[in-house]
Design a binder for this molecule. Structure first.
Ligand SMILES: *Cc1c(COP(=O)(O)O)cnc(C)c1O
Length: 229
């Protein structure tokens, strides 16, 4: 039986290998452990193995975990990576360190207004819809450029980059096309500020292709914690 520590180290090896293949420094690629739906005991196991950044998709669940682990694991970086309704922005603004799924000005404005002064600015990625599926959230490339401009004026938000969830497919050709599109847009936006250093793309099944297209943060759930029920 493999443990969470084993699977974490396996995921790290995949990152190192993928980086080597495209002559990148694996140090510039961060592993985000996606712990959504998984119990606190599993987060603690990953923490004991050295993992410090975790991603959650649901505000309530995320808030509960953050509060439960505040004392024992104060150095965890919490990333919100799920869809967010505007009436739930306060929880993200008050508890998380990162927010990956901003795709509307209204959400950004609320997060900026609700971020407590006692905290560092909330790190933000703009979610871009690079997938062909209508159901996926995120804004268009054109909207992302305008939104990036607006977010950079907000004192309590720090724009760090872009995030995307590509079409769910095993077709490597489709995956590569979509990642390449996001990489191109990222290069345009990154040229506007030194703070922009994050391209959040790649999950358990496609992290290799994402890294080949410049990903600096891969979001890995099932490969670490097992399939979700
Ligand atoms: C669930 C989720 C992940 C992790 O997906 P796995 O395939 O389990 O690695 C990554 N990113 C987002 C936005 C998710 O919702």
């Amino acid at each position: 039986m493999t443990t969470i520590a084993d699977r974490l180290s396996l995921a790290q090896s995949r990152i190192v290998l993928a980086a080597e293949k495209c002559a990148r420094d694996s140090q510039e690629i961060q592993l985000l452990a996606v712990s959504k739906t998984k119990p606190i005991a599993q987060i603690l196991a990953a923490y004991a193995a050295g993992q410090r950044s975790f991603g959650e998709n649901y505000v309530q669940e995320g808030q509960e975990k953050i509060q439960a682990l505040q004392q024992s694991c104060p150095d965890i970086q919490w990333h919100f990576i799920g869809p967010l309704q505007s009436n739930k922005t306060r929880i993200v603004a008050e508890h998380f360190d990162w927010m990956h799924t901003v795709s509307r000005l209204k959400i950004a404005q609320r997060l900026d207004a609700q971020r407590p002064n006692s905290k560092a600015p909330l790190n933000v990625c703009i979610q871009v819809n690079i997938s062909q599926e209508d159901s996926k959230s995120g804004c268009s490339a054109t909207e992302a450029i305008t939104l990036a401009d607006e977010i950079q004026k907000m004192p309590n938000l720090k724009l760090r980059g872009l995030m995307a969830i590509p079409t769910a497919t095993d077709d490597i050709h489709v995956q590569n096309l979509e990642f390449a599109e996001l990489q191109k847009l990222y290069q345009v936006i990154a040229a506007t500020s030194n703070d922009i250093d994050t391209l959040s793309m790649g999950m358990s099944n496609d992290l290799e292709q994402a890294i080949a297209h410049g990903s600096t943060l891969v979001r890995i759930g099932s490969a670490i914690f097992g399939a979700r029920g």
